[in-house]
Design a protein around this ligand. Sequence first.
Ligand SMILES: Cc1ncc(COP(=O)(O)O)c(C=O)c1O
Length: 504
Amino acid sequence: MLEDTVKKILKARVYEAARETPLSPAHFLSRRLDNQILIKREDLQPVYSFKVRGAYNKMAQLSEAQKAKGVIAASAGNHAQGLALAAKQLGVKAVIVMPRITPEIKVQAVRARGAKVVLRGDAFGEALAHARELIEAHGYTYIPPFDDIDVIAGQGTVGMEILRQQPGRLDAIFVPVGGGGLIAGIAAYVKYLRPEIKVFGVESEDSACLKAALEAGERVVLEQVGVFAEGVAVAQIGEVPFAVMRDLVDGVITVTTDEMCAAVKDTFEDTRAVAETSGALALAGLKKYVQQTGVTGQTLVCINSGANTNFDRLQHIAERTELGEQREAILAVTIPERPGSFKKFCRTIGKRMVTEFNYRYADADSAHIFVGVQVKPGGEDRRAVADKLREAGYPVEDLTDNELAKLHIRHLGGGRPKEHFEEEVYRFEFPERPGALMNFLTHLPADWNISLFHYRNHGAAYGRVLVGMQVPNGDRYHVEEYFEKIGYRYWKETENVAYRLFME
Ligand SMILES: Cc1ncc(COP(=O)(O)O)c(C=O)c1O
C-alpha cells in the first residue's frame, strides 16, 4: 500500500494550479529554540493554502465524461477555494455549497475563481446534504476534502518538495491534522524514502481526532469539536488517511488555543506572514516538542498550511498570544478597601510591566483587583509574582489558565448586583449565525430571568457568550437538560473563582 501511495504522489498533477513553495529558515525561532527551524510556506499558494494540491490532482484524474458534468463540494473553508481554482484551471464547472452563514469575503473569493456558489442551510451538515441532492439531480462528481487517495497524493507533494529542498539533515516534520489528508500524504512519501525522519501530527486539543483514533486503535467520532481552528475542526479522522498513516506517524502533539495564537505571532515575526490559526498549528506543536524533549541542534520542519484568516479576528489572537507564550500572568488579588492600599499594592508589584488593571470596590472591607503582569516564560516567574504578593499579605488567585477570566471577566470590569441573589452561570459557544441567539433564548423556559449576559465578537464562525440566569427552584436540577436540547457547547461557571471574585 505504501509503495502504491508513493507512486501516486510521484505521478500527482498539481503544478498546473499550485506552486512549489519555499522552505524558509526561521532565524528568530531557531535562535530562541536552539534548533534549526524551517517553515514550509504553503500560505504562499495562490489560494493561500495547500488544499489546491489535492483538489487539482483529484480532478485531473477524472474521466472526460465526469469533467463534462462538473464537480461539487460542500465547504466554507480552504477546500472551497482550492477546488474553485483547480476547476478554473481545468475548465471544469464547479459548484460549491456553503452554509448561509459563510462570511461574504469567502463567498466572494470562491466566486472570483469562477465557481458557482449555492448558499444553503445554517450549518455544514445541511450544506452537505444539499450537495448530495445536487449530485443526484445533475451527476456532478463529489470532490472530498481529505478522504480520498488522489487528494492524499496531491497533498503528499508537500512532502516530496520538503525532501528535495532539505536533502541534508532533517530530524522531524510537524504537520497540522484535520481529516488527515495532508499528514497521510507527507508521512507516506517521507517514511518510504527517509524512514529515519520523524513525522508528528499536531492537533488542536479541542479536535484531536487522530490522537483519539491512534489510542483506540480505530477511528472514533469526537462528541464535541472546538472550532477555534476552523481548518482542522473535524470530528473523525478520514478512513483512507488513517489507513495510510496509522503505522507511519511517530506521534501526535496537541496544543491549546493560546499556544496556537502564540505561534501565529512567531510565524509573523520570522516571515511577516499572518497565518490562520490552523496554519500556525504545526509550529505550536514543534515548539511544544522542543520544550518537552529538550532537543537541541536538530533540524525541524513545520508546515504553515494556510493564511485565510479574517482580519477582525486578529485582535483576539493578539490578546491571547502573550498567554500562549506564558509571558503574561493573570491574577486576582484582594486588597483592603482603605485609603493608600491601592498605591501600596502597586509598589509591591514593582517595576514589572502591567498589561491590565481592573480595580473594583467589593465591600466596605476589601476590593478585588484583576491584574495582568508580564512575566518570563516557563512558569517560575509567574509563581514568583504570586508568592511575592502572598508574602505581602494579599490573598491571590492565579487565573492565567481560567477560560472564563480570559474570555469574559477581563472585559466585564465589575458590575455586581447590589444584593445577593441565586444565579446559575454558564459559558456557551454559539455558532455565529442569524437567529442563533434567539434559538438559545427560546429554548429557555419563560420564567427564567437572564441576570447577566456578555458577548464579544471574535471575528470567527462562532461567538462566545456568558449567561447568568435566575432559575426557579423547581428547575434548578434540570438546567443542563435544557442546554442539551439546544446543542451548543457549554461549561458551568457558577463555582468559577473568577466569577465569584468579580461578578457574584
Ligand atoms: C489551513 C489548514 N491546515 C490544515 C488542514 C488540515 O488538513 P487535513 O484535513 O488534510 O488534515 C486544513 C484543512 O482544510 C487547512 O485548511
